[in-house]
Design a binder for this molecule. Structure first.
Ligand code: GRG
Length: 308
């Protein structure tokens, strides 16, 4: 991500992303007992050049609430592990069926389907091992385990994915028959769970590590909820207007699969307007924080200007 950032954001984010990558590297090394091909599959996916948006949000939220990066790093790495697992499983033939991810062959394309499923499983488990072992005090570790498990589970990310897969077959019917507001509600509900929950929990874990007050936690939650939905709308737009080489994955696939997306429901221009409004609402939640929120605010603006 850093390569496509500019100005102040790049100079604040670059060292953080380097620290995140170093920490992920060490967490991707297993002591005796992990088969070599499984470790290779885990490293292939976890250490691939992703934007590291979620771990950055953890670190920046912690920093904005007065904590240092080292304390928050286990939570930052844990959320990236859950994200990497979700991408591996999402790319499987039975889900989104994608052979490219982060500019590389997706995990199952490189290591076979069974190993890819197991690499995802191992990353999900590793995330909670890291949170429970490396976060302190114990109450903060327990809270983060609870929040991340909820965000990743059946009522949020996995549930959103399940509804998204189910809706693929109904997309034509939905657009043709239903009132626009009902379709939009359904689409937003799916993406708030599938994509938004992991973005919001990243910010919340940062605040929890910093043992912030309830008001700051609530403000970051509002920031995250709006940012998460804006992120997904931009993801839908990039699938239409994005460049495959820059994205590092196939584009145009939503259309090919007949998926219901924001641009399909609202059109490209209205989707752009909607994502910009959501970013304004996100920023309004923490605008009054002044300098301590400056990088978070720049990151939110980057989310709608990004090209990958
Ligand atoms: C399979 C349990 C399970 C869940 C899948 C994450 C997800 C849920 C699906 C990924 C498909 C997708 C394109 C979702 C939309 C938004 C999203 C999560 C994009 C990928 O995140 P980025 O752009 O990726 O932050 P990088 O590679 O930069 O980390």
């Amino acid at each position: 991500m850093v390569s496509s950032l500019s100005g102040t954001l790049a100079s604040s984010a670059r060292p953080l992303v380097e620290n995140i990558n170093d920490a992920l590297n060490s967490y991707a090394n297993f002591s005796d007992g992990c088969p070599e091909h499984l470790a290779a599959a885990i490293q292939h996916s976890l250490l691939a050049p992703g934007k590291r948006l979620r771990p950055l949000l953890v670190l920046l939220a912690a920093e904005a609430c007065g904590s240092d990066n080292d304390r928050a790093m286990p939570a930052a790495c844990a959320v990236e592990m859950v994200h990497a697992y979700s991408l591996i499983h999402d790319d499987l033939p039975s889900m989104d069926d994608d052979n490219m991810r982060r500019g590389r062959p997706s995990c199952h394309a490189a290591f076979g389907e069974a190993t890819a499923i197991l690499a995802g499983d191992a990353l999900l488990a590793r995330a909670f091992e890291v949170l429970a072992r490396d976060l302190s005090p114990a109450e903060v570790a327990a809270k983060c385990c609870h929040e991340l498990a909820t965000a990743a589970g059946a009522t949020r990310m996995v549930g959103g994915q399940a509804d998204d897969l189910e809706m693929e077959s109904d997309a034509d019917m939905l657009v043709a028959d239903g009132p626009l507001s009902a379709d939009l509600e359904k689409l937003q509900s799916i993406h708030r769970r599938k994509t938004g929950a992991m973005i919001t929990v990243s910010l919340r874990m940062g605040a929890l590590v910093a043992q912030s007050d309830a008001e700051s936690l609530a403000a970051l939650t509002t920031f995250g909820n709006n940012l998460g939905l804006a992120f997904q709308i931009v993801d839908d737009l990039l699938d239409i207007v994005g460049d495959e080489a820059t994205l590092g994955k196939r584009s145009g696939k939503d259309e090919g699969r007949g998926k219901l997306t924001f641009p399909r429901l609202l059109g490209v221009a209205e989707s752009r307007t909607r994502s910009a409004e959501l970013i304004d609402q996100a920023c309004a939640a923490i605008d009054s924080w002044g300098d301590r929120a400056a990088t978070l605010l720049s990151l939110a603006r980057y989310v709608i200007d990004r090209d990958r």
